[in-house]
Design a protein around this ligand. Structure first.
Ligand code: ASP
Ligand code: MG
Length: 415
């Protein structure tokens, strides 16, 4: 007997037929004598629909004011529906099941509505229910704040619900079912030769997720890594009897595969800001970052260079494109405080990254990468590196070309 957490994303529970199918997958695990907890997302498209309602009402007045607590109350409802429906589908198969909302477990979070962090999970009642042979169907994405309000964990947050629950329950396995059959070397829609990885290290998955690969929410990978809980990513769309090995996200020692680069990720959701003729003195970058942090905008790649005017510098950095308007307003308001002379921005940029733990011990990755891009005449705006990643910022029209060139330069399609 094992204790298993199974998570199903929006496309896996998109309609009643998909929910019936999922109930068969859950029933099969339960029939093996396992204790099964299930975490579900809302039906695909549902969260966007609910967010749309909130946005439409929020636009009614420019009085502003915080509405994030009510946003959470609204958008969390999608998961309430699917958890109930899946419980019914399970009961119709003769499997004992019940739904659990975040507040019922309870899954406690902080009070940062719309992007709350999990503080703890009370497992007493839930545990007992599992031991009694009842499948617990948990509404993902949601919890309860210290004020007793409904909170949500940020978009894609049910992955994090699943991993956190698996950790709290001491689960043997955490299986994340989605609409792709695993983690790929890159987006197969761009590179048809992209290959499913059998295993990938936590660190690599973390970089892939935060660099734009959308299979798992970044926080869920962080949490799995910190608790050394392997996650299996697999499809809920496999035909009966078809092998479905998926990708195991696990500790580096267990990846076994010898490779320098594991994947190429890209993100089109970037914008580049250039501040011109800043005073070239200690503290200036700190002032820029301070102003941005105060406005709750995260700054990603940063480069400082000299400008043509003596004693002055230019600072280039990137932000998420959705923060562009807010960034421009924030910088304009703080122009004096920061002390810059000109501001340029470009929202037609993409970030393309190559990722691999093998980079730590192999030289030459940068050379291969930059040569491949040069050969395709792709101009690089900004470069950022970490121990296991090199990212470049390029013209967004070049995204596909760059991803294809890098995937083939690192021979990722060949096993
Ligand atoms: N339904 C939520 C979303 O669409 C959470 C999730 O699916 O993970 O972001
Ligand atoms: Mg998801």
């Amino acid at each position: 007997m094992a204790r298993i957490v199974m998570k199903f994303g929006g496309t896996s529970v998109a309609d009643l037929d998909r929910i019936r199918h999922v109930s068969a997958l859950v029933a099969a695990e339960h029939a093996k004598g396992n204790e099964v907890a299930v975490v579900v997302s809302a039906m695909s498209g549902e969260t966007n629909r609910l967010v749309g309602y909130v946005d439409a009402l929020a636009a009614d007045t420019n009085l502003g004011g915080d509405i994030d607590d009510e946003y959470d109350a609204i958008v969390a409802s999608g998961e309430q529906v699917t958890s109930g429906l899946l419980s019914i589908a399970l009961r119709r198969r003769g499997v004992k099941a019940r739904s659990w909302q975040g507040w019922q477990i309870p899954l406690q979070t902080d009070g940062a509505h719309a992007s709350a962090r999990i503080k703890g999970i009370e497992t007493l009642a839930f545990n007992q229910s599992l031991k009694d042979g009842v499948v617990g169907v948990v509404a993902g994405f949601q919890g309860i704040s210290p004020q007793g309000r409904v909170s949500t964990l940020g978009r894609g947050g049910s992955d994090t619900s699943a991993v956190a629950l698996a950790v709290a329950l001491g689960a043997d396995r955490c299986d994340i079912y989605t609409d792709v059959d695993g983690v790929y070397t890159t987006d197969p829609r761009i590179v048809p030769e992209a290959r499913r990885l059998g295993r990938i290290a936590f660190e690599e998955m973390l970089e892939l997720a935060s660099q734009g690969a959308k299979v798992l929410q970044t926080r869920s990978v962080e949490l799995a890594m910190n608790n050394n809980l392997p996650i299996r990513v697999l499809t809920s769309f496999a035909q009966d009897g078809e092998p479905n090995p998926g990708t195991l996200v696990c500790a580096e020692e267990e990846t076994m595969e010898e490779r320098v680069v594991s994947g190429v990720a890209y993100s089109r959701d970037e914008a580049q800001i250039s501040l011109l003729r800043l005073d070239d003195e200690p503290g200036v970058v700190a002032r820029v970052c301070g102003v941005m942090a105060e406005a709750n905008i995260s700054v990603d790649m940063i480069v400082q260079g000299t400008s043509r005017r003596e004693d002055s510098a230019n600072l280039v950095f990137t932000i998420g494109r959705r923060d562009l308007d807010k960034t421009l307003a924030t910088l304009e308001t703080n122009k004096k405080k920061i002390g810059f002379d000109g501001l340029l921005y470009n929202d037609k940029v993409s970030k393309v990254s190559v990722i691999g733990i093998g980079m730590r011990s192999h030289a030459g990755v940068a050379h291969t990468m930059f040569s491949a891009l040069a050969e395709k005449n792709i101009n690089i705006e900004v470069i950022a590196t970490s121990e296991i990643k090199i990212s470049v910022l390029i013209d967004s029209d070049m995204t596909e070309l760059a991803v294809r060139a890098l995937h083939s330069a690192f021979e990722l399609g060949v096993s």
